[in-house]
Design a protein around this ligand. Structure first.
Ligand code: EPU
Length: 443
């Protein structure tokens, strides 16, 4: 198991390029199950979660190949390694329909194959993902949406067994929110399934995240007839068949936000290129209000050193375009450097606060009450060994370690490797001292 050894207290400075988005890439890869012929993916980030999705697709009969790889078949582990030639994924119409627990338990986003399998192969058996460290995370809305398209669904022995009617899925209407709000992967699942259903489908209260818009645009290029993806109401006219195409994975807005927050926390000067500034309007606004200089260009964002200590600001996570839950932990880490009291609540995942105790080990003064964290700052941070509990919590600990004096060791960085492409190299290029090491006594 690896850990990060960080020598903190140095401002980050320089320019980095955003990687392709994990959360856009995962449903786009799952969508290849719907498509006749090969699909070429470009700017796929080299991440553990991408390798897991490719392994799942291979198990479902997908062929993976790369132009510059001699045309031969690839193992999932090496297929995700990027490369300018891009990766080609071809999924036959007939094939296995099981997403086994062994893979689903490693990555919840495996559930995104449910809709495509059902639509193209008529049935799907997908293990129930269960809870995870950030919360309960049910999939009831996914199932409700697929049932609205005529699927028969049973959950037995921890497995979702779904079957399409004899003539295939039929168009339907579904309202896709619970009291928490809508669901990103649930919207993706139902939208993908509806592309091949007979007739017209409508998804109301759809998730409006940019990843849904990217998926809708890609599927339309493959022959789908989707209107409104990225808005609250999506209308889909089913078609007989979809064909493969080419897609470039859009920039990762959460990685960009993480790097900018690391810059702000270290009083650094960092430009992230190749990103999509409008997707981070909420973070730009927060920087402006807390008086962290932040400039934007058409495809770049830059944070510069603050002159006055930034002001602490309250934040509530909300579905897009609100403040993303996937930046909550990193925002908390930044808040420890700010002046005043900040209240941070997570309405999307009220239990996503495992990082609080670890940030406090570094000297933060954060109190948690249910889905609310109260931070009093500024508190000087001092390096210590800490344990990462999940992907974004790991990123928050890296930010805090970079801002802290002395040495911080972040253990269990395999969480980080699920969703950040070579983060230590990017931070290293910005002058941060982060070394990946084998954690001899990491349990
Ligand atoms: N929910 C339900 N029923 C459902 C589905 C969701 O009640 O059937 C609830 C969830 O419990 C949660 C809320 O709805 O409270 C939102 O969950 P959502 O379904 O939107 O989450 P997701 O689609 O499973 C994606 C991202 C997460 C991100 C969330 C919220 C991917 C692969 N994952 O998950 O990303 O936190 O949306 O924006 O896109 C991460 O990257 O670190 C990560 C966890």
């Amino acid at each position: 198991m690896d850990c990060f050894r960080i020598q903190g207290g140095r401002p980050l400075a320089g320019t980095v390029t955003a990687s392709g988005s994990k959360n856009a890439a995962l449903p786009l890869l799952a969508a290849s199950l719907l498509l006749e012929g090969p699909t070429r993916f470009r700017r796929l980030p080299d991440l553990q979660d991408i390798r897991t999705m490719l392994e799942l697709l291979q198990g479902l009969g997908a062929r993976l190949s790369r132009e510059d790889g001699g045309g031969g078949e690839l193992e999932a582990a090496s297929a995700a390694m990027g490369g300018d030639g891009g990766l080609e994924v071809t999924c036959p119409a007939a094939g296995p329909t099981d997403a086994p627990y062994e893979i689903v338990r490693r990555m919840r986003a495996s559930v995104a194959v449910l809709g495509p399998l059902l639509a193209r192969r008529g049935r799907a058996r997908v293990s129930l993902p269960g809870g995870c460290v950030i919360g309960v995370r049910p999939i009831d809305l996914h199932l409700k949406g697929l049932a609205a398209l005529g699927a028969t669904i049973q959950v037995r022995h921890g497995v979702v067994e779904a079957e399409a009617p004899r003539g295939g899925l039929v168009g339907g209407q579904v309202y896709l929110a619970s009291r928490w709000g809508s669901t990103v992967l649930g919207t993706a699942n139902v939208m993908m399934a509806a592309t091949l259903a007979r007739g017209r489908s409508v998804i109301d209260a759809a998730a409006q995240e940019p990843e849904i818009q990217a998926l809708g645009e890609f599927l339309n290029r493959c022959g789908a007839r989707i209107r409104g993806a990225g808005g609250p109401r999506i209308e889909i006219e089913g078609v007989e068949e979809l064909h493969g195409d080419e897609v470039e994975i859009p920039a990762d807005r959460i990685e960009t936000g993480t790097l900018l927050l690391a810059a702000a926390a270290t009083r650094g000067e960092v430009r992230v290129e190749g990103c999509i500034p409008r997707e981070l309007a909420v973070l730009i606004d927060l920087f402006e209000r807390s008086e962290v200089p932040c400039e934007r260009g058409p495809d770049w964002l830059q944070v510069s050193p603050w002159q006055r200590r930034p002001r602490a600001l309250d934040v509530t996570t909300r579905p897009y375009p609100g403040f993303p839950t996937d930046l909550q932990a990193q925002w908390l880490a930044f808040c420890t450097l700010c002046e005043g009291l900040a209240l941070v609540s997570d309405t999307v995942y009220p239990d996503r606060f495992m990082h609080v105790a670890e940030l406090n080990r570094l000297g933060a003064a954060i109190r948690r009450e249910g889905g609310l964290a109260m931070i009093v700052g500024p508190t000087p941070l001092s390096g210590a060994p800490v344990l990462a509990s999940d992907l974004r919590a790991s990123a928050a600990l890296v930010i805090a370690g970079l801002a802290a004096s002395g040495e911080t060791v972040v253990r269990r960085v395999y969480h980080l490797d699920r969703g950040y492409e070579r983060l230590e190299a990017k931070i290293g290029a910005l002058g941060g001292l982060v070394r990946r090491e084998l954690d001899e006594d990491g349990a």
